[in-house]
Structure formats: structure tokens, C-alpha cells
Design a protein around this ligand. Structure first.
Ligand code: PTJ
Length: 249
């Protein structure tokens, strides 16, 4: 048990969720390594949400709220870290959740589906009706015909790069959450939220609730048309550099 007073309580808590997730067959063992890589970038970014990430979050919401066929793609790490927030996002937007794994196994898909359902997600696609996406060199290529295959917009918290690129090339809007602004996913996406996924998901749901309170069609269109992911990634890299400069004597 880690005390809430511990300076790295949040980070240690996330590790516990992933270790629990691994023990219960939700998280792949590689997911623990992926979290370590994310943590290293979070450290360099100052372990807080930047203004750049906040802006990208609003743009991501604009895309999700105006898409015709949006889908939320969930992997083992996301299921373990933010099951409640995924359920809330799906409820607020009525967007289905598709379980799509890099280290795919039917057993893990079933366990993740059960876990997400227990936290309140109703509309879950498990790839029963699977189609193989061309030019994706991993098991993530197997997507659900009713989900990612027909989607115009795919939200991919914690993704690995080649599929994000393939989805964008096939004309889809890809929204990702990735702490590494240099990753292939971050670079390939239409909108990259460079933030820790537990913080990002809370901010997304807060923004969605705010947008639901008012008539905001023009605001959503403006957010989308004025956004440049390249500039947004540059700004995230500058945040990282500024943070490093502030600690170098
Ligand atoms: O459950 P599966 O089989 O689909 O596998 C999931 C993982 C995450 C293991 C798989 O997709 C993978 O290997 O991903 P990568 O290639 O390691 O990429 C994960 C990216 O997410 C990296 O760029 C990390 O920096 C980033 N990342 C890791 N943890 C977090 C994160 N970004 C935001 N929040 C995090 N907690």
C-alpha cells in the first residue's frame, strides 16, 4: 500500500493497476514496458497536463462529437488504467468501444470485455466479425467490420505506430493519446494529445460535458479547422525542453 502523501503516489498507483491487470489477464506483459516508456516522457514533461495537451483535448472532442461513425479502440493498458473513464466517454457520446490488441488473444479480449462491462461500458465490439486491414504488420490489423473498419474517426489511447499511420492513409481521422511526442503514433495522428492517459481521459470527459451544455457547432468546427498537429507536437517538444532547461543549473 502506497501512502497518498508519497510524492509519486499517482504514478505508483498506475503501476499497481497495470500489475493487477497483468495478473488478471487483461494487460500484456509488454504493457508494463510500454508504461515505463510513457513514464519517462511524463517525467520530462513535468508530470502535468500542458496547455498544448488541453487544447488538443478540446480538438479531439470536436472530432468525436462531429464524426459520423466514431469508434474508441481499447487495448489492455487502457482497459486497466481508465475503465471508468472509457465507460463515461462511451456513455456521453454513445460511441462504441472496440477491443483491439497488439498482442491479440481471444482469452484476453474476453477478459477485457468483462472488465469494461463491469465498469459500465455497454456497447463493446470484440472483433467477432473481423476484417484484416491491409498494410498493418501486427495483429492490430484484425478489426471489427461494424467498428474500426467502417469508422471515419478512431480514438486510440496508447497505440503503436504502424496502424495509426495505416488508418490515416485510409482516410480516417485518428485521435491518439501518447506521452511520447516523437512516437510514430504521435507523428501520424490527426490529433495527438501528449498527456498521461488517466489525466487525458478525465479532461476529455470534462470537456465533453461542457460542450453538451451549450449549442457549440461553430466552436467545434473552428477547433477542427484551426488545428495543426505538427505545430501542436512542436509545442509539446518545447514544453519538454523548457522543463529540462528549468532543472539544468
Ligand atoms: O494490450 P495490447 O496487446 O494491445 O498492447 C498494448 C501495448 C501498449 C503494450 C502496445 O500497444 C505497445 O507495445 O505499445 P508501444 O509501442 O509500447 O507504444 C505505447 C505508447 O504509449 C508509447 O509511445 C508510450 O510512450 C505511450 N504510453 C505508455 N503509457 C502511457 C503512454 N501514453 C500516455 N499515458 C500512459 N500511461
Amino acid at each position: 500500500m502506497v501512502s497518498t502523501n508519497h510524492p509519486r503516489y499517482e504514478s505508483l498507483n498506475r503501476r499497481d493497476l497495470l500489475v493487477e491487470g497483468y495478473k488478471s489477464g487483461i494487460v500484456s506483459i509488454h504493457g508494463l514496458i510500454a508504461q515505463g516508456r510513457g513514464e519517462a516522457f511524463d517525467y520530462l514533461l513535468g508530470e502535468k497536463t500542458s496547455d498544448t495537451a488541453r487544447h488538443a483535448t478540446k480538438v479531439a472532442c470536436a472530432y468525436l462529437l462531429t464524426a459520423k461513425h466514431p469508434v474508441i479502440s481499447v487495448n489492455g493498458n487502457t482497459a486497466a488504467l481508465v475503465p471508468k473513464e472509457i465507460a463515461e466517454l462511451s456513455y456521453l457520446t454513445q460511441i462504441p468501444v472496440e477491443i483491439n490488441l497488439f498482442h491479440r488473444s481471444e482469452d484476453r479480449i474476453a477478459r477485457i470485455a468483462e472488465h469494461l462491462h463491469a465498469y459500465g461500458t455497454e456497447n463493446i465490439l470484440t472483433g467477432v466479425d473481423a476484417v484484416t486491414l491491409p498494410k498493418v504488420a501486427s495483429q492490430r490489423a484484425a478489426v471489427d467490420r461494424r467498428g474500426i473498419f467502417q469508422a471515419d474517426t478512431v480514438f486510440v489511447p496508447l497505440e503503436d505506430g504502424d496502424r495509426a499511420g495505416a488508418l490515416v492513409r485510409s482516410g480516417k481521422t485518428v485521435i491518439s493519446v501518447d506521452l511520447n511526442p516523437l512516437s510514430r503514433t504521435a507523428q501520424a495522428s490527426t490529433v495527438t494529445i501528449v498527456d498521461e492517459v488517466t489525466r487525458a481521459m478525465k479532461n476529455i470527459n470534462t470537456s465533453l460535458r461542457r460542450f453538451a451544455e451549450k449549442d457549440c457547432f461553430d466552436e467545434l468546427e473552428d477547433l477542427k479547422s484551426s488545428f495543426d498537429n505538427r505545430k501542436n507536437l512542436d509545442a509539446s517538444c518545447r514544453t519538454l525542453l523548457r522543463h529540462l532547461q528549468s532543472v539544468v543549473s
